[in-house]
Ligand binder design. Structure first.
Ligand SMILES: NC(=O)c1ccc[n+]([C@@H]2O[C@H](COP(=O)([O-])OP(=O)(O)OC[C@H]3O[C@@H](n4cnc5c(N)ncnc54)[C@H](O)[C@@H]3O)[C@@H](O)[C@H]2O)c1
Length: 302
């Protein structure tokens, strides 16, 4: 038996972008100009999935999509979302969008596929995904076991790949041209001073590379109307989230080190990434694909 499966005997090629240009993703200027304020950012009636959406960064990004009219399904492995989630859901209601919660582990590929298909079938569409579920663990390289490495890669990399492919299947099925945003990290392109996280950092590098490759495969709009899915990453610098607060407990003085390491002299709040997520998931970024927005207070710029 072959070590890896492929559905056809020949090796398929990615679609030729020139033969399958992505025209028509954004509304034409004549539709937009003078009709509505910032129409390119409008997500009214669109349906999204945000993994890791129970708390932290995922929740803030989900809220950004709901505030602009999106119906947003937050997936998380936790049985219940954080307290702040209910408050965010109430706020979303006020803005005409909605937040919904599904307990769904990104390591459970079959469950992920089923839950994403149920959502797409219910709404007869799926417009995009933010893959923010991720875990961090600090320890020296030589202490990592094979199982631990596999577990972290399974959540941080394979979980993103499986979320994206499940979502793409539905977006192809309903011929929805949309957008995906993977939450990588500035740690995907640098080693962090004062932090031993070899596997986390490589998992994020893998995510950045995955976005480029999926963008090449899915961005062109094929003759049958499928495709037109843009894929990008956001690479945040250090943000004050439960994940990072745990790092501060584990490594005394780390907060001060990190605050000194960027040009802003402070760490980020989760809300400071909402604009970028909305940009990437909406038509405002209709010419952006296969790339990585680094938002790190200048951390990697000096
Ligand atoms: N906090 C930072 O400084 C920072 C910086 C760069 C990138 N990131 C990335 O941002 C994302 C969100 O991180 P955060 O800081 O908000 O962390 P967080 O721990 O506060 O939130 C992560 C969420 O992902 C969920 N999750 C973990 N494993 C899961 C799984 N297998 N299936 C489904 N859900 C799962 C957790 O339950 C949690 O709700 C992560 O991908 C993280 O790597 C964080």
């Amino acid at each position: 038996m072959a070590e890896f499966n492929r559905k056809s005997d020949t090796v398929p090629k990615p679609p030729e972008s020139r033969e399958n240009p992505t025209v028509g993703i954004a509304p034409s200027p004549s539709e937009n100009i003078g009709q509505k304020r910032l129409a390119d950012f409008d997500l009214d009636g669109k349906v999204f999935i945000v993994t890791g959406g129970a708390r932290g960064l995922g929740l803030s990004l989900a809220e950004a999509l709901a505030e602009t009219g999106g119906k947003v399904y937050c997936f998380d492995r936790e049985p219940k979302a954080d307290e702040g989630w209910n408050e965010a859901a109430r706020r979303a209601d006020k803005f005409g969008g909605s937040l919904h919660y599904k307990q769904q582990d990104v390591q459970d590929t079959e469950g992920l596929d089923r839950t994403i298909a149920e959502i797409a079938d219910k709404h007869q569409r799926l417009d995009g995904v933010i893959a923010a579920a991720g875990v961090q663990h600090l320890s020296p390289a030589q202490e990592w076991t094979r199982d631990e490495v596999n577990r972290m890669m399974d959540i941080n990399y394979t979980g993103v790949m499986m979320t994206a492919t499940s979502a793409a299947r539905q977006m192809f099925k309903y011929k929805i041209h949309g957008s995906m945003c993977f939450i990588a990290s500035m740690s995907g392109t640098i080693a962090n001073k004062g932090l031993l996280s070899p596997v986390y950092n490589s998992s994020k590098a893998a995510v950045i590379q995955l976005a480029r490759n999926l963008a090449m495969e899915w961005s062109p709009i094929r003759k049958d109307g499928t495709g037109g899915i843009r894929v990008n990453c956001i690479s945040p610098g250090h943000i004050l989230t439960p994940m990072v607060l745990k790092n501060f407990e584990e490594v005394p003085g780390l907060r001060e080190t990190w605050e000194k390491e960027n040009m802003m002299g402070r760490l980020a709040e989760t809300t400071e990434f909402k604009g970028a997520a909305l940009f990437l998931l909406s038509n405002a970024s209709s010419f952006m694909t296969g790339n990585n927005l680094v938002i790190d207070g200048g951390h990697t710029a000096w």
